[in-house]
Ligand binder design. Structure first.
Ligand SMILES: [Zn+2]
Length: 573
């Protein structure tokens, strides 16, 4: 007995080990494990300069394999969802590197003037909306361009004509100027005696001294106090609608550029209800005069979302200046048609203090800087932070948002600092409505250096693309098309606006996918189609690499997959 028992034990142990080994082996073996989803017959983009694949296999929320139709077809089991891409392009889900999701969703409930490029079109849209919504106490909207109006700005009398019976209030497409009618001004108590607030202008008629109806920058705050505020339910509905829209457009991740605790709680509520179709990387809006205590509260909020499967807080949003269209962007030299150099919201010392404090706490800093002066001040602040603080654990990836004008001397600094340029190429959509005021205000020399996507690429600067929705349309294809063609969706101007700045389709797609993952420190988790990464996938209706790049917009999104789950499928026509 004493000699046989150990033998039996050894046999049992060996058997158990073999069985355990078989089970483990089975889980690792593609052919026998469950594969939940396979995309076949695609032109699968695996990165610029890389060989394309044909198929992608997904297990759970991750990509299991990327390969040929023949190999991956074999992985299909009875429970596998098989999607035929019909030869269309298969891309990583689009990542919108700069968006205002809640206001975008809310805007879906107001007058939208983004596609109104003439006075007539603007008038018709406002009049139609007012007629269709007789019960609304206010008629509100957004998205008007400066150029249809003589002198670049509308007047309250023009809006009185369109909405004579109640207050009306429309913000410009860039969000930096607003247009009120007389009833709205009255409601806000704005008169000839109203002084300009700090960082804002109540525009007044030089002859009569009466307000013209135009409020610039912080002066819009005078109206916010009396505007009907969206309710909690309105905001929840806005996130749901925006989320559906994102799914339709193939967007699987967003960088919410300026938010706070209350909005994050709403995102979380929508996520818990299973209706959030995007992963959210949030940048918290900084307060004026942020203290260490405020920063501590930011740290706590970041911690609160650290383990959330879809929402993460990692950046702060700082507004260094305004916009060129309203002469509020901070320029190094005066505007071409105005003696001022614009307006920076911080002194260099204030900005350095803020950036250094948050950099030390491991925050990524996203600074809105549009004028070449603001861009330089921001780069100076990032340099100062790097000097003051030892390297943060995750590395330093601060960002300059918009960067519409950059002095040539500052171009190499982006690569030197590892600072990202966060571009919205479609802001340079070369229609008269969008670009005329911009180019007139800064003159031909500086205009010749607008959205220098290619120059920065050659200088080794990392870029990330975003839309800035609702400033412009949310559709990522428009950003890509603009970066590739430097033309409008209709192909104008024929020669392209600053065509030397066009980049390849592959690079533009990467700036709208993998670059966004890098920009939120997520490149090991998403942004490419590779095994082990999150299965965030978008399928387009055509092989966009088999046709001239200027036909990119012919392709539409047919399927959007978030973490292995189909969140959008285009209805068959
Ligand atoms: Zn923005």
């Amino acid at each position: 007995m004493r000699s046989r028992l150990p033998v039996l034990l050894v046999v049992a142990i060996v058997a158990a080990t073999v069985i355990a080994g078989l089970v483990v082996g089975a889980q690792r073996d593609d052919r026998s494990g469950p594969v939940d989803l396979i995309v076949l017959n695609g032109r699968v983009f695996t990165g610029a300069g890389q060989e394309p694949a044909e198929a992608v296999a997904v297990r759970g929320n991750e990509i299991l394999r990327v390969g040929s139709n023949r190999d991956l077809k074999q992985l299909a089991g009875v429970s596998t969802t098989v999607i035929d891409a019909h030869g269309g392009t298969v891309l990583p889900g689009f990542i919108d590197g700069h968006v205002h999701f809640v206001s975008g969703g809310l805007g879906m409930d107001r007058v939208n003037l983004l596609d109104a490029e003439s006075l007539d079109a603007i008038g018709k849209k406002i009049r139609d909306f007012a007629a269709a919504n007789p019960d609304r106490a206010w008629v509100t909207g957004r998205g008007w361009y400066y150029s249809p109006f003589p002198g670049g700005l509308p007047t309250r009398q023009q809006l009185d004509e369109l909405v004579p019976d109640r207050p009306a209030y429309m913000t410009a497409y860039d969000g930096h100027t607003a247009w009120a009618n007389t009833a709205a001004l009255k409601r806000a108590g704005i008169t000839s005696a109203t002084p300009d607030p700090a960082d804002g202008i109540v525009v007044k008629d030089p002859k009569t001294g009466e307000p013209t109806g135009i409020l610039k920058e912080a002066a819009m705050g005078l109206m916010s106090k009396v505007l009907p505020q969206p309710t909690r339910d309105d905001r929840l509905r806005a996130i749901r609608r925006a989320s559906e829209e994102a799914g339709r457009l193939g967007i699987t991740s967003i960088h919410e550029a300026g938010t706070g605790e209350a909005s994050l709680a709403l995102f979380e509520e929508v996520r818990k209800a299973g209706a959030l179709n995007v992963r959210v990387y949030a940048a918290l809006s900084v307060k004026d005069d942020m203290t260490e205590a405020d920063a501590g509260a930011f740290d706590a909020l970041r911690q609160q979302y650290a383990a959330n499967p879809q929402i993460r807080v990692g950046a702060i949003k700082v507004m260094a200046d305004g916009v060129i269209e309203a002469h509020t962007a901070a320029m190094l030299a005066p505007y071409a048609n105005n003696p001022s150099t614009g307006h920076a919201n911080y002194t260099p010392q204030e900005l350095q203090r803020l950036v250094t404090m948050m950099d030390r706490r491991g925050w990524q800093v996203m600074t809105h800087a549009i004028g070449d002066g603001a861009v330089r001040m921001t780069l100076d602040a990032y340099d100062a932070a790097a000097k003051a603080n030892p390297a943060p654990p995750a590395g330093r990836r601060h960002r300059v948002e918009h960067a519409e004008t950059i002095d040539p001397a500052d171009i190499p600094r982006f690569a030197q600092q590892h600072t990202l340029v966060s571009y919205m190429p479609f802001h340079a959509n070369p229609t008269p409505a969008q670009l005329t005021v911009w180019t007139t205000n800064i003159g031909p020399d500086r205009s010749s250096r607008g959205w220098i996507v290619r120059t920065l690429q050659q200088a080794g600067a990392r870029q990330v693309f975003g839309s800035d929705w609702p400033v412009v349309d949310l559709d990522p294809r428009l950003e890509i098309n603009m970066a590739v063609t430097r033309r409008t969706a209709a192909g104008l101007p024929n020669e392209g606006w600053l065509p030397d700045q066009a980049i390849s389709l592959e690079r533009a797609i990467e700036n709208m996918t993998s670059a966004g993952a890098y920009a939120s420190f997520d490149e090991a988790k998403k942004g490419r189609l590779a095994p082990g990464l999150l299965a965030d996938i978008v399928i387009l209706s055509k092989d966009v690499f088999a046709q001239p790049p200027e036909r990119f917009l012919d392709a539409v999104v047919t399927t959007t997959i978030l973490g292995g789950k189909v969140v959008y499928e285009r209805a068959a026509r």
